[in-house]
Design a protein around this ligand. Structure first.
Ligand code: FES
Ligand SMILES: [Fe+2]
Length: 362
């Protein structure tokens, strides 16, 4: 592990004495570029539901850390994530989701690629000296299929996806998340840096004050956070009306760097948090439900309740971002009993920043 000068904000910090990240980590183009290169381009990210890519030829465009990708299932059933950037002059290959794809054809000048990324067809290129089409192919990102979800990673030296979710399958045994039926996507634009949104997600400390409605369903005294190498889990017992969630467990998984799985009885809500310009992020919520147990009215009740909680989070996050933007803020102490998840995330960020900038900075 790379070292950082003693006293640097990049140095590892014990939980009992840790400070939050400095304001400059959440502000400005330099921080955004560092996150993109050191964090988002190196980690595994949620890209789609497996059901969107069930058959050979199914495909959809997406992106990872600013790199356009096409996710597809090829003729042999292999799931692939190819760069959606033509090797001629950078044109797009796939613009929208669909099925029956047999070949990738560039929308600019018509170069064509097989579904494994190999260049196949090059119109009107007679006279191009020493041009070897068979040596040209679309780069591929790594892909992983887990619990009915598709994840991708640009970095071929990053840990395997199995390391990110190690231990979660055992905790979720019997839930059958992969069989949950997708119901709805809701996208939010939030006025804060993507990491600030993640920080807020990673602690229940704010729940009593910010979310009185949610707090009535959870048990704050029994709320726990469990840390793993690349993920964390917040847990609370849950009690609500049968027409909402009923009673059981609330499991809030965070998969570094930007994926959340919010699991309530018979319900999975995934969140993907993406930077959307300085001081802004975009959060995709995808809802899926266990077969049979959820009718339309109950789903609408979940969507309305979740939307109200999200509005509360978005409002406080935007205010915190203004506080960080103001120049007033100096890093404060984290609560070791209630903000373990935030500390865990900040330590992973510091580790990633150190690795990307071994000489240290600021
Ligand atoms: S950019 Fe793709 S064929 Fe020209
Ligand atoms: Fe919240």
């Amino acid at each position: 592990m790379s070292a950082a000068p003693v006293g640097s904000w990049l140095a590892a910090q014990p939980a009992a004495s840790a400070l939050a990240l400095p304001a400059h980590a959440y502000v400005g183009a330099r921080a955004a570029a560092r996150d993109r290169g050191a964090v988002l381009a190196c980690g595994w990210q949620l890209l789609a539901r497996a059901s969107q890519l069930a058959r050979p030829g199914d495909h959809l465009p997406t992106e990872l850390a600013g790199v356009p990708l096409v996710l597809l299932r090829d003729e042999a059933g292999v799931l692939r994530a190819l760069h959606n950037v033509c090797r001629h002059r950078g044109g797009p290959l796939v613009r929208c989701a669909g099925s029956g794809l047999r070949v990738l054809s560039c929308q600019y000048h018509g170069w064509t690629y097989a579904l494994d990324g190999a260049l196949r067809g090059v119109p009107d290129m007679a006279g191009a000296a020493d041009f070897v089409p068979s040596a040209v192919r679309l780069p591929a990102a790594r892909v992983a299929l887990w619990q009915g979800l598709v994840f991708g990673c640009l970095d071929h030296s990053a840990p395997p996806f199995e390391a990110v979710v190690s231990g979660i399958d055992e905790r979720l045994a019997g839930r059958g998340l992969a069989d949950y039926a997708p119901a709805r996507r809701v996208v939010y634009e939030v006025g804060c840096d993507w990491k600030l949104y993640v920080d807020n997600y990673l602690e229940g400390y704010h729940v009593p004050r910010v979310h009185p409605g949610l707090n009535a369903l959870l048990d704050y005294r029994s709320y726990t956070t469990t840390l793993a190498r690349w993920h964390s889990l917040q847990f609370s017992p849950l009690e609500s009306a049968p027409g909402l969630y009923g009673s059981g467990e609330a499991l809030y998984y965070f998969l570094y760097p930007n994926t959340m799985l919010n699991i309530l009885p018979g319900r999975l809500q995934t969140n993907r948090v993406l930077p959307a310009g300085e001081g802004r992020c975009r959060v995709e919520f995808d809802y899926a439900y266990a077969p049979g147990a959820w009718d339309g009215a109950r789903i609408e009740a979940d969507l309305a309740f979740s939307d109200a909680v999200q509005a509360e989070d978005a409002a406080i996050c935007a205010e915190v971002q203004r506080g960080l933007d103001s120049g007033s803020y100096q890093p404060g102490r984290l609560n070791p009993a209630r903000e373990q998840g935030v500390h865990h995330f900040h330590e992973l960020l510091r580790e990633a920043y150190r690795a990307a900038s071994p000489q240290g900075e600021r």
